[in-house]
Design a protein around this ligand. Structure first.
Ligand code: WT7
Length: 646
């Protein structure tokens, strides 16, 4: 068994206890299983009031040596990366650890040849193709700081992110395939570049054979590759040197460039990957009645985009640091049809599958006979991330995909936390519908009341906060430490404040109830939007819903629900009343929405989050200034919601 694999509930309890009582000794031991060029001298130094957190100070390493080089001895010919292209008729690509190492070194040399040096920021605006992974790791290899910008963002959003970090080089592609569309990345990038004085060079990958116009200081990826070899020693980094910047949207103002550093991020993502998903490098295969042989490594697939933290931590770094086989998928769940995810699971014999509730709900809405059409027998672990998962979606995932045999890990974490914070460990600790369940070793969550006092005992409900540092906590907001302090460490003194609410049941399992900034006070009662939406979503006619508050003479606030119906249901007063009754039955009459608007869609961010800000404005009958809708996945739905507003 792997050195830090937790394989039983008592082992979890033991690890958790030790991580609280002796956090430094606990993390020392885990960190020791990595390759360091120099051992650290101080495990942890921290002060949440400054705030300042440093892990493994004095230690030196390169994360790519841990993700690539050290696997060459034992698993040079094992598949590291499986690439599944957008078009199912195109061949999948398989890269062994040896091949991946070579690709990364080669591209690292391209970066060097284009004057990229340790500490320089490199912006990556690319589709989900293998070259994106090579580029991320190539930056890390030479100590350049990558800033990946999701390839669905607009020119304005890209430019703002490039300028915030003063990136020196931009990596992009002519275009990106997504379903039956091509995103014209190069022309969007050119638009952005009109306002990006720091960019000295743009390197363009040919992915779609689109016609593009190369400008001054723009070079082709393949031409640059032809000039270099694949010999590239690693840059030796301090544990606290910057590894990457990744932008996350704030509730106000411009995006926040969260900064992650080399040592702690590596240790924590690798540790959590192995334990949460229960990834095995080898499983016994039964041959006859008693005979077994060692089987191959598990195949793990996370459907996220590398443009998000989920992709950074759990497609690239966490899996590769474990010598795992990780799948990356270029396309979308609906192309060529809604069976695509299951087709891929069958084709690559996926053992661990990690996706988002929004995808689960979309797939549930388009039922296909999974059992008849796809062989999902290799699945062992199912994961979900990104938002609270409602009962209905959880049960569908469990029954239809997992066939009741695959534990579901509901993983709560954030861009800021770098890795998974609260989650069950698949098949090792209990899994419970809609609950993230228990904190991982090293994580000390607390629930606070409105005065910031810790609520002791169970059950309890309040504001979630974390009172002790873990290795992959973001160290700052790039260029704005003051904002970092204000957003995360000022609300509750001495604690990290993630912005979520949670409840803890009798046995201590956590359920994330949603953003605390979405709380609505109705007649003096605190109502979270998430539980009301869950209740509405449980109605048999409902696909999805979003609830916001609007001003009310007597109650202070009242509730406005936007509801999407399944095909075959039509809006009627009867249906409306039965949805209200469902909420009354689930939460209480106080939570019944005053207004229900049936709609075809909800405005969503590219990461699948409902943009309640817009819905709130419409509910307030204030549609003059909806703010920036350019980052929406489906901006067109906004007008139709306005037109039908009650
Ligand atoms: C916010 C962070 C972590 C990668 C994807 C999102 C919500 C995330 C869960 C979950 C309930 C969740 C929280 C959190 N969230 N996972 N399992 N259950 N809520 O990263 O964009 O930084 O968003 O997503 O509200 O604060 P992100």
């Amino acid at each position: 068994m792997h050195r830090f694999q937790i394989n039983s509930y008592p082992a979890y309890q033991k690890a958790y206890k030790r991580s609280i009582e002796e956090p430094e000794a606990f993390w020392d031991e885990i960190a020791s299983s990595f390759v360091w060029r120099k051992k650290w001298t101080k495990t942890l130094e921290w002060d949440f009031t400054k705030p300042e957190v440093k892990w493994f100070q004095g230690g030196q390493l390169n994360i790519t040596e841990n993700c690539l080089d050290r696997h060459l001895e034992k698993r040079a010919n094992q598949t590291a990366l499986i690439f599944e292209p957008n078009n199912p008729n195109d061949a999948a690509q398989y890269f062994t650890y040896k091949a991946l190492h070579s690709k990364v070194c080669q591209f690292a040399n391209v970066l060097k040849a284009n004057n990229v040096k340790k500490g320089d920021r490199v912006c990556i605006y690319m589709p989900m193709v293998p070259e994106l992974t090579f580029a991320v790791l190539a930056c890390a290899r030479i100590g350049a700081v990558h800033s990946v910008v999701f390839a669905g963002f607009s020119a304005a959003a890209l430019s703002a992110r490039i300028n915030d970090a003063a990136c020196k080089v931009l990596l992009t592609a002519d275009g990106g395939f997504r379903g039956d569309k091509i995103t014209p990345l190069k022309s969007i990038a050119d638009d952005a570049l009109k306002t990006c004085p720091s960019i000295e060079k743009t390197i363009v990958l040919n992915r779609t054979n689109s016609e593009v116009i190369m400008q001054a200081n723009q070079v082709w990826w393949h031409e640059e590759l032809s000039k270099v070899d694949d010999n590239c020693p690693v840059e030796i980094m301090d544990a606290e040197d910057m590894l990457f910047i990744l932008y996350t949207s704030g509730s106000t103002g411009k995006p926040k460039g969260m900064v992650h550093t080399c040592g702690g991020y590596m240790v924590y993502t690798a540790y959590t990957f192995r334990n949460v998903f229960q990834y095995r490098s080898s499983r016994a295969v039964t041959l006859g009645r008693e005979a077994t042989r060692a089987g191959g490594p598990d195949v793990y697939w996370c459907t996220a985009d590398i443009g998000w933290i989920t992709g950074h931590s759990y497609i690239v770094y966490g899996p590769l640091a474990n010598g795992a086989t990780t799948v990356m998928f270029e396309g979308v769940p609906s192309y060529p049809d809604y069976g695509r995810f299951w087709e891929i699971c069958e084709k690559h014999k996926v053992n661990q599958f990690y996706t988002a509730p929004t995808a689960i709900r979309a797939l549930a809405k388009h039922p296909i006979n999974l059992a008849e059409n796809y062989n999902l027998k290799h699945l062992k672990t199912l994961g979900t991330v990104g938002e609270p998962i409602n009962d209905e979606a959880w049960n569908w995932y469990n029954d239809y995909v997992g066939k009741g045999k695959c534990p579901i890990v509901d993983t709560w974490w954030q861009t800021e936390t770098g890795g998974i914070m609260i989650s069950s460990l698949a098949g090792v600790t209990r899994s419970k519908a809609t609950y993230a369940t228990l904190p991982l070793p090293g994580i000390q969550p607390v629930l606070l009341d409105e005065n910031g006092e810790e609520i002791v005992g169970n059950p309890a409900q309040g504001i979630l906060a974390i009172k002790f540092p873990w290795p992959s906590i973001a160290r700052t907001i790039y260029g704005n430490h003051e904002r970092y302090k204000n957003v995360y460490f000022s609300a509750y003194k001495g604690k990290y404040f993630p912005g979520d609410g949670a409840l803890r049941d009798e046995v201590g399992d956590y359920r994330i109830t949603g953003r605390v900034d979405d709380v609505i006070i109705v007649s003096g009662h605190n109502l979270g939007t998430a539980p009301i939406e869950n209740a509405i979503n449980e109605h048999e006619a409902v696909v999805e819903s979003a609830v916001v508050g609007f001003p009310h003479d007597i109650k202070g606030n009242a509730l406005y629900a936007y509801v999407i119906l399944y095909d075959g249901y039509t809006a009627s007063d009867e249906l409306l009343q039965s949805i209200r009754q469902k909420v009354a039955d689930t939460i209480g009459p106080i939570a019944k929405p005053d207004k229900i608007q049936f709609t075809q869609g909800l405005p969503k961010t590219r990461s699948g989050k409902i943009m309640r800000r817009i819905l709130r404005k419409i509910a307030h009958n204030d549609t003059t200034n909806l703010g920036d809708t350019s980052t929406l996945l489906n901006p067109e739905v906004v007008q139709s919601i306005i037109d039908d507003a009650i």
